[in-house]
Design a protein around this ligand. Structure first.
Ligand code: CMP
Length: 227
């Protein structure tokens, strides 16, 4: 594992900071381990800490009273979460669950706010990332409310391709596609619809499926079709 400072220097919102400042941040936080499937934050809890993923992957989700889950986002190494409650003083807006064994760097509210006041680069980088998340949420609202099954599934595939896909000569390769139930919760549809739609995409030659690996054969065309 990387040292705390090496890890922090790879975090986009901290990338403009000098080593001395990174050292201070490293000292002001702690690393905590979370086992796969454990809950890091519960929606409606009150919040007093900010989190950065040092290792692993988390799921941001909300559940309804009848236990239906909608996955808002998946976050990876160097991504942050927990900023919303710290900024607006309200309860946590979503539940955050480790989907792999994860190590999370945790800073308390006062230190986090101090960083925003002292380092405008950190504030601007935070705003840039929040803007990106708002754009992603806008796409999600559009897919959930306006698109048919193919459109919903395609939007989720494009979102995953954007986050973890590797592009080579116009082909995007996703090594580990989430489980079908997870894809369903991301797309706001059922597991059966995911299965049917993925097979229909494969039959049309738009994607290739090989276990948990998925290839989007012509990324630009696929984007154009489901924009
Ligand atoms: P907070 O509300 O403090 O706790 C839950 C966190 O989940 C929230 O801060 C954000 O960091 C994150 N989060 C909430 N909604 C979204 C979303 N739509 N996309 C990405 N991250 C989110």
């Amino acid at each position: 594992m990387l040292s705390n400072i090496e890890f922090l220097s790879n975090v986009p919102i901290f990338s403009e900071l000098e080593e001395e400042t990174l050292e201070k941040i490293a000292k002001s936080g702690v690393i905590q381990s979370f086992k796969k499937n454990s809950i890091i934050l519960n929606e409606e809890d009150s919040g007093s800490a900010f989190f950065v993923i040092a290792e692993g992957k988390v799921k941001i989700s909300r559940s309804s009273n009848d236990d239906k889950e909608v996955i808002l986002a998946m976050l990876n190494e160097s991504d942050f979460f927990g900023e919303m409650s710290l900024l607006d003083g309200m309860t946590r807006s979503a539940t955050v669950t480790a989907v792999e064994d994860s190590k999370i760097f945790i800073i308390q509210r006062a230190e986090f706010l101090d960083l925003l006041f002292k380092y405008p680069d950190v504030s601007v980088a935070l705003l840039t990332e929040l803007t990106k998340r708002l754009r992603a949420a806008t796409l999600k609202i559009k897919a959930l409310s306006l698109k048919d099954a193919e459109g919903k599934v395609a939007t989720v595939l494009l979102q995953i391709a954007d986050e973890v896909g590797k592009i080579r000569q116009g082909v995007v390769e996703i090594d580990h596609l989430p489980y079908q139930q997870e894809l369903a919760n991301m797309a706001g549809t059922s597991r059966e619809t995911i299965s049917r739609t993925l097979h229909s995409f494969a039959k049309k030659g738009l994607v290739e499926l090989d276990g948990s690996r998925l290839r989007i054969i012509d990324y630009e065309k696929f984007k154009e079709m489901f924009h």
